[in-house]
Write a protein that binds this ligand. Structure first.
Ligand code: 9D3
Length: 234
């Protein structure tokens, strides 16, 4: 999969994309990520890419021209990639949307900064707007990194263990049960006896019970009737 990221701050991405699972996906050829510096498409003599908002108001607005030129210059010869504008007013990202994106051949991600982007750029070169959650960031770059990370771990062969990405939590509709490893006792706290019993049916029952408890405590919304019907058909 190819992901083209349009940003005024390409240097923000280097540490995240050169670490861990994303790096492996890139090295294995499963992911091809390109950062495109919007400023390089400015026609201004000072490479200016933003200006004051018409109508007044706080902050700066990114110019339409460098964004539209950058995106159009990077459109593939064939196919029409989904072009996503990361924005606090977008549809909120969830695992279902991540799985949709993971099935695409190419994505284009537009990152805004400052107070936003001239609406005409959004109208001309974005197909959808996407938020990563209900809090305010300083720009779309962290949103793009979150999206790339979530998509990268779904690429074939990237996680190694194909089972671990069948996300118990989100595909069963429950949060994760507690996990333990060696030693059997740590600072006076014992591993629950049932996990040492080798009795697989009891272990399954215990895990399901713990998953229900943690979901009830942290995310009772996940246990609402319509969700449980949709996500836990058994
Ligand atoms: C005054 C209205 N502000 C919206 C709450 C303006 C504004 C603030 C911050 C516009 C853009 C931003 C920068 N945020 C993003 O670009 C962004 C974002 C976010 O802030 N929250 C969750 N997801 C995302 S994706 C991109």
């Amino acid at each position: 999969m190819t992901i083209k990221i349009f940003t005024l701050f390409p240097e923000m991405f280097s540490s995240v994309f050169s670490a861990s699972i994303i790096k492996r996906a890139i090295d294995d050829g499963a992911l091809n990520i390109q950062m495109i510096d919007i400023r390089a498409y400015s026609k201004d003599k000072h490479a200016c890419a933003d200006d004051y908002p018409f109508g007044g108001g706080a902050g700066m607005v990114m110019l339409a021209q460098p964004i539209v030129d950058a995106v159009l210059h990077h459109m593939p010869e064939s196919g029409k990639p989904r072009r996503i504008y990361l924005s606090p007013r977008g549809r909120r990202l969830d695992q279902r949307i991540v799985e949709e994106f993971a099935a695409e051949d190419e994505l284009m991600l537009l990152c805004g900064h400052y107070e936003g982007v001239d609406q005409r750029a959004i109208d001309l070169v974005a197909d959808e707007e996407l938020s990563i959650g209900d809090y305010v960031l300083t720009g779309g770059e962290l949103g793009a990194m979150v999206l790339v990370d979530a998509v990268a771990r779904l690429m074939p062969g990237v996680l190694g263990n194909e089972e671990s990405k069948r996300d118990e939590s989100f595909s069963s509709g429950l949060l994760e049960y507690p996990q333990y490893t060696r030693p059997r006792e740590f600072m006076g706290i014992e591993v629950p006896e049932v996990l040492l019993s080798g009795h697989h049916a009891n272990i399954e029952k215990w895990r399901r019970q713990k998953a229900l408890e943690v979901t009830q405590r942290n995310r009772p919304d996940l246990l609402e009737e319509d969700r449980s019907l949709r996500l836990r058909p058994e």
